[in-house]
Write a protein that binds this ligand. Structure first.
Ligand code: DGL
Length: 281
């Protein structure tokens, strides 16, 4: 039994879809969430930059003594997970491996389509994770650069512009006639129904849900589940604009968000620099 929190980070507020799934699977666990709202999006940035940001985000969470850190951001998971696992003193779980494993489980030997950000697609992380489990499964990847902004703008799955855009992106994987479509970005679960409607023969796999199940399995294996009978708390930290995080994040979490603290980049980085300097002397 272990009442230390689970740390979760994302480039912004999208990772709240992972928190929502975690709260369903592990309602008694306390979650500390860091959203790097000052530097979002990660999905269009270089791998070097994403690696640096991911390390800083993860290091920030370590201050809370987490028993597990979840990289809720698909882009950061795709580009930085191996590095973080090597460097961090706690278990680190990403969203790509659980999402890929769930897709393989459900594809019945047929093709898998992956919808993701530009950087995630460019990394081939999903294709590699699927190939590691099932080398003969055909995979098609489609980057969907405009979805994140439209979802944050509040457009729902049945909005005509959203439907047009989803149709346009699905065109890129249509030839595969996939058995499974993986939503390989934190934001996409909010438009899952548009994908289901337009590809009714495919099963839609949401990496957020698969990751929450993987987190539960990991904590069970390690005997590290919380023994509290009270609902776990959610404390959020953001690097910019807590008000916007509260307003828009509520849609991702499916309930109001109360506890949001702003960590200015100056505090955030200066403290990390000072800690690193202290450790070096
Ligand atoms: N959180 C990112 C992801 O899942 C989407 C938003 C961004 O580009 O930073 O890839």
């Amino acid at each position: 039994m272990n009442d230390r929190p689970i740390g979760v980070f994302d480039s912004g507020l999208g990772g709240l879809t992972v928190v929502r799934a975690l709260q369903e699977q592990l309602p008694n666990e306390t979650v500390i969430y860091f959203g790097d709202t000052a530097r979002v999006p990660y999905g269009t940035k270089s791998s070097e930059t994403v690696l640096t940001f991911a390390e800083q985000d993860c290091s920030f969470l370590l201050r809370f003594d987490p028993k597990l850190v979840i990289v809720a951001c698909n882009t950061a998971s795709a580009l930085a997970l191996d590095y973080l696992r090597e460097k961090m003193p706690v278990p680190v779980l990403g969203v790509v491996e659980p999402g890929a494993a769930e897709a393989v489980r459900r594809c019945q030997g047929r093709g898998i389509a992956v919808l993701a950000t530009e950087a995630t697609v460019a990394s081939n992380a999903y294709a590699k994770a699927i190939a590691a489990l099932a080398p003969n499964i055909p995979v098609a990847q489609q980057r969907c650069p405009s979805l994140v902004a439209l979802i944050e703008e509040g457009r729902t799955w049945d909005d005509p512009i959203m439907s047009m855009l989803v149709a346009e992106y699905l065109e890129g994987v249509k030839d595969l006639d996939p058995a499974v479509v993986v939503l390989g970005c934190t934001h996409y679960p909010l438009v899952a129904q548009a994908v289901m409607k337009q590809m009714p023969r495919a099963t839609v796999v949401d990496s957020a849900g698969a990751t929450a199940l993987a987190a539960r399995d990991l904590l069970v294996r390690e005997g590290a589940l919380s023994d509290s009978s009270a609902p776990g708390r959610l404390r959020c930290y953001v690097s910019d604009n807590p008000q916007r995080f509260r307003e828009i994040g509520g849609r991702f979490l499916n309930k109001p968000i109360r506890d949001v603290t702003s960590v200015t980049p100056e505090q955030f980085f200066l403290e990390q620099v000072l800690e690193a300097a202290g450790a070096a002397t």
